[in-house]
Design a protein around this ligand. Structure first.
Ligand code: FAD
Length: 358
């Protein structure tokens, strides 16, 4: 399940000074694994000084572009993003898991919908894929984008967005909000806050009443402000889709939300884990996560961020009870169906049955 496949880097170009767009070609029989849905991401692995790092990057290509591309913005001091921006070469081979993630809605060629996207910085990557795919596959739908950046020089895909405006004339428009570069319209300068969104809705820049679905991808505080403004404007939870790249919470998630005594934590739980059609039953302590239990027992369970941000380690609880410390990736309906992030989930009951294959 956590199978990695080879992708050859066939092109690298800079979209801004600090971000590269990689074009990737599946090799060694991997093509069948890389059909993607707009808004999904790839998880790469690479060894840095003997330590394996896994990092996820959203696909920025549209489904009908005929290419597989990701955009990687360099994070100050960041291991993978710096390497990708400075050392990765055309002709190199990367290892990636098949596309994952649920940051999309189903498309229908007969639909005439109004979509609204909010992106901050590198958060544009999945939104760009959504815009291109949606406008191509739903010829009667329209898409508005509010794109937040520090200044003009840090706008990723700026020219491509301009081209899309011309190509999908009248069906796509973009509002650039720049933190530090002054613009002709005052409202377009500063941060994208709840208040800024409310003004965009109330002054007619965005016809919020017409919006069917809103997509948000960017820094967490910005996402929370936007979501709050959307709810106030009348959108319900099902109409708001999120993709978070990094949580404000650093590193591993906190321990159990409900502290347990050492004695309880030491109690062993029996957990049955199904992965790739095979089931193993193992003993684990209540202080370990389901993912740790799987990996401690040589099961190749999928994972990437280990911070509850991506959904790579998603699995389903079929029996028993677990507690999920952090969840920035699964939607309410998935949690109701028993899906959990295994990197964040610790057993509460004496027996738990887990399935990674559903
Ligand atoms: C589902 C998903 C999709 C993603 N898609 C993209 C994408 O399309 N393009 C892209 O550029 N990134 C994307 N990311 C973020 C990416 O996975 C990495 O987190 C990011 O590139 C940093 O990794 P690193 O190894 O360079 O930094 P690390 O070595 O992990 O981190 C170094 C330092 O930077 C901080 N940091 C880590 N990530 C960020 C961040 N995103 N912003 C600010 N500070 C950070 C850390 O707290 C740490 O202090 C995505 C993340 C997820 C979960």
């Amino acid at each position: 399940m956590a199978h990695f496949h080879d992708l050859e880097v066939t092109d690298i170009h800079k979209t801004i000074r600090d971000a590269v767009v990689l074009t990737l070609a599946p090799v060694n029989g991997a093509a069948e694994h890389f059909d993607f849905i707009q808004g999904q991401y790839l998880t790469f692995k690479r060894d840095f000084d003997g330590e394996e790092l896994r990092r996820s990057y959203s696909i920025c290509a549209g489904r009908d572009d005929g290419v597989l591309q990701v955009g990687i913005k360099r994070v100050e001091g960041g291991a993978f993003s710096t390497w990708a921006n400075t050392e990765l070469q055309v002709g190199d081979t990367l290892q990636a898991m098949p596309p994952m993630g649920g940051f999309f809605t189903d498309l229908n060629a007969d639909a005439a919908k109004t979509y609204l996207g909010f992106a901050g910085g590198s958060g544009i990557t999945p939104v760009l894929s959504l815009i291109k795919t949606t406008l191509t596959r739903e010829p009667n739908s329209s898409f508005s984008l509010v794109y937040a950046n520090k200044g003009v020089a840090t706008i990723m895909f700026r020219e491509e967005l301009e081209d899309l405006k011309n190509y999908f004339m009248g069906r796509f428009n973009v509002i650039h909000i720049l933190e530090s570069d002054a613009q002709e319209i005052d409202l377009f300068t500063g941060l994208v806050t709840k208040e800024k969104c409310a003004k965009l809705f109330n002054t007619g820049w965005i016809d919020i009443a017409a919006v069917d679905t809103a997509f948000i991808c960017g820094p967490e505080p910005m996402m929370l402000g936007i979501a709050s403004a959307l709810r106030t404007a009348g959108l319900d939870e099902a109409q708001i889709k999120f993709e978070l790249f990094a949580s404000a919470q650093t590193g591993q998630a906190n321990r159990n939300a409900t502290p347990q005594s050492e004695a309880v934590e030491a109690q062993k739980t029996t957990v049955s884990i199904t992965l790739d059609g095979a089931t193993q039953t193992v003993k684990m302590t209540r202080s370990s996560t389901i993912l740790e239990a799987a990996r401690d027992n040589a099961m190749d369970a999928p994972f990437a961020c280990t911070a509850g941000v991506c959904s790579t380690c998603r699995c389903r609880v079929l029996e028993g009870e677990v507690e999920m410390a952090t969840n920035h990736a699964l939607e309410d309906y998935e949690v109701e169906k028993g899906y959990i992030l295994s990197c964040q989930s610790r057993p509460l009951s004496d027996r738990v049955v887990i399935d990674y294959d559903q």
